[in-house]
Design a protein around this ligand. Structure first.
Ligand code: WTA
Length: 651
């Protein structure tokens, strides 16, 4: 059944015939995965190589007070060996990584699996020589260069746990993450070129480690050749250290449930939490989704435009594709440099087959006009993907018509840092798509929609409420680093016996899922997840700010923009200068992605008599929808609302 404005886009017969899964295969495999998860995942666990095979498959519980998630628990393996060594015999000379630099005038690199093996082994031995061993934490603060992938795989090879901090985060945010996991080594570069400009990464690391008392070491990749300040005896150049080590580094035997990485992500309260992913289940799921969601076939060129600082880069630039023996493209630059045709130029240049990006990028490029797409031959493209936020039908149609020329199935993949891989997604040869819907669950995933207040599961097909997942899947996060209680509280306490995603969702008559956005205080700015609490705490850390409340509002390109209400300290006067000062301040505290788009001076914030800020009202005003404020009678001082409406910034 279709709503009036819903059009179905089924895969062509020709596409379905060659795909890993057509509709019948998807239905049968999905059914099997739900009826007998043990048997299904026992079978599909074999897609990766185990040193010691598992005999136990699934041991998971969402029970209150006893949340515990284990997959393939008694198996042992090494992720780097799966991503590299096992391909050497059959595809040693195949390109593993294509690297496209920031400037189109510089040469791209093609790194074969054999070269990748050598580079990763050397890198791993350098880390060992710096005292890094199994279970130690390594922080990466890197440009999008092959060495970022080497560093990830080198950590995995020796059993260290990496925590990547997106290079757009500030020195303060970096320091918090270094301390949060007690990192032994920080891996960085002298500088990171992006869009023709250079971020001084090593400077930021120096700032982050200014008060370090733990002798954190720093390993530096030379990227730009710029002058950098060395800190005493704890800093090392990668190229110098590599000369001192051998290229022989046997992979460490890891238990399936040993941590592979930590990745900090924003939540609705407090500071970011360290999401922990482990070794076996994560790799099974990342590689399986990469194969099926994108219908990846041997020899295809796969390009995910994310940054390795986000989970998308972990699962779909590095681990998923390389575990499958794919050729994965890594792009250092930005979509609009030197002009808005760069993505399409790179697709044409490297004959990309599967292309995976974020709606915010699609909207930005759509706004620049079709003349940036037209000069390029996009005939190699087979599948287009999106991730990170709901895609509006206008952007979906542009992607479909102008980029895909109506030939390429679009996979709108819904998932989260916490989920490790796709949970809701079309399969390109199986699923008829609808613009704006992430469609159906991946194998083994049981989505449910709950009534938000009662928590009752809605069994009717047509439903709207909060999205939860009923049972575990292999790449589910296992815990919050150092704080299992927070893990349980965040994801398993609002709705007992379910994993709570934080997203609102609608299910239509065809059983298709439509994500309606976060139901908590997380906002999604250009596909980047941001906790409003983080921006608030950055703002109130400024000496002139007494109070602040931050909400999201609809933004044509970014999806959501950051709207900050700021109350100043007594005696401070609002001014344009102060507005600029606060913007710069937030950039310094968190990073450029957290800079408020709109700052409204608020003499007071709407609060209940018990002092709780009524965010619902602030959201409505920010959305310029103040006619629908609802009940304001519980406010301590209803008159503050009139002032906020009067001086609203988004008109
Ligand atoms: C949102 C990114 C709609 C959602 C992989 C989720 C999406 C949050 C989609 C996770 C999509 C991600 N459609 N919304 N296809 N994909 N989201 O942790 O709100 O950075 O909860 O992971 O992004 O963001 P995160």
């Amino acid at each position: 059944m279709l709503d009036d404005n819903e059009k179905l886009y089924p895969p062509s017969d020709a596409f379905a015939a060659k795909a890993h899964a057509d509709r019948a295969t998807y239905d049968a495999m999905y059914q099997a995965s739900i009826e007998d998860p043990e048997a299904f995942w026992a079978e599909h666990g074999k897609r990766i190589d185990w040193i010691k095979p598992y005999t136990r498959v699934k041991d998971t519980s969402f029970a209150p007070g006893n949340v515990s998630i284990k997959w393939y628990e008694d198996g042992t393996l090494n992720v780097a060996a799966n991503c590299i060594d096992r391909h050497l015999e059959t595809r040693g000379d195949q390109t593993a990584i294509i690297w496209e630099p920031d400037s189109p005038d510089d040469d791209a690199l093609h790194i074969t699996y054999r070269e990748l093996h050598r580079n990763v082994c050397k890198f791993a031995n350098v880390l060992k020589s710096m005292g890094v061993g199994k279970g130690d934490r390594v922080v990466l603060y890197m440009p999008m260069i092959p060495e970022a992938a080497y560093a990830m795989l080198a950590s995995a090879r020796i059993g260290a746990i990496h925590s990547i901090v997106f290079a757009g985060f500030s020195a303060d945010a970096l320091a918090a993450r270094i301390n949060g996991c007690d990192a032994k080594v920080v891996i960085t570069a002298d500088g990171a070129p992006r869009g023709g400009r250079i971020t001084n990464l090593k400077d930021n690391v120096n700032k982050a480690l200014l008060h370090d008392t733990d002798d954190v070491k720093c390993l530096i990749v030379r990227r730009t050749g710029q002058q950098i300040a060395f800190r005493s005896a704890n800093d090392f150049w990668l190229h110098e250290e590599e000369e001192k080590v051998s290229a022989d580094c046997p992979p460490e035997e890891m238990a399936a449930e040993d941590p592979l990485f930590i990745l900090y992500t924003s939540g609705s309260t407090g500071q970011p939490k360290g999401v922990v992913h482990t070794t076996g289940g994560y790799l099974v799921f990342a590689s399986m989704t990469q194969k099926y969601t994108f219908d990846y076939h041997d020899g295809d060129i796969f390009w995910c435009t994310a940054d390795v600082g986000w989970v998308t880069g972990h699962s779909y630039i590095v681990y998923g594709p390389l575990a499958n023996g794919a050729t994965t493209l890594m792009f250092e630059g930005v979509p609009t440099y030197p002009d808005a045709g760069r993505f399409w130029a790179v697709c044409d240049k490297h004959k990309v087959n599967q292309f995976y990006t974020a709606p915010t990028a699609i909207r930005a490029l759509m706004g620049q006009g079709n003349q940036f797409v037209e000069p390029y031959d996009l005939g190699s493209l087979k599948v287009l993907g999106t991730v990170g936020e709901p895609i509006n039908p206008e952007a979906w149609n542009w992607y479909n018509d102008i980029v895909g020329k109506g030939r390429c199935p679009i996979v709108d993949t819904w998932w989260q840092t916490e989920t490790g891989g796709h949970l809701l997604t079309p399969l390109p040869g199986a699923t008829a798509t609808k613009p704006g819907s992430a469609t159906l669950p991946f194998f083994g995933v049981q989505p449910v929609i709950l009534e938000p207040t009662t928590g009752a599961e809605i069994h009717e097909t047509v439903a709207e409420g909060v999205l939860c997942i009923k049972d575990s899947w292999p790449a589910q996060m296992r815990t919050v680093w150092g704080d299992h209680e927070r893990f349980e509280k965040t994801y398993f306490s609002d709705y007992k016996n379910y994993y709570f995603t934080g997203d609102g969702c609608r299910r239509d008559a065809d059983g298709y899922y439509w994500i309606t956005g976060r139901v908590d205080d997380v906002i999604n700015v250009s596909g980047h997840r941001m906790g409003t609490a983080e921006v608030e705490s950055a703002l109130v850390a400024h000496p002139k700010v007494s109070e602040s409340a931050v909400v999201g509002y609809p933004h044509a390109v970014k999806g959501q923009g950051i709207y900050a209400y700021v109350t100043l300290m007594g005696g401070e006067e609002p001014s344009e200068e102060l507005r600029k000062e606060l913007e710069v301040w937030v950039r310094g505290e968190i990073g450029p992605i957290a800079k408020p788009d709109l700052i409204q001076w608020a003499p007071g914030l709407p609060k209940t008599r018990s002092g709780k800020i009524m965010r619902r009202i602030l959201r409505k005003i920010a959305e310029n929808d103040y006619g629908a404020l609802g009940d304001t009678s519980t406010l301590a001082d209803p008159s503050v609302v009139d002032d906020l409406i009067e001086n609203r910034m988004n008109r």
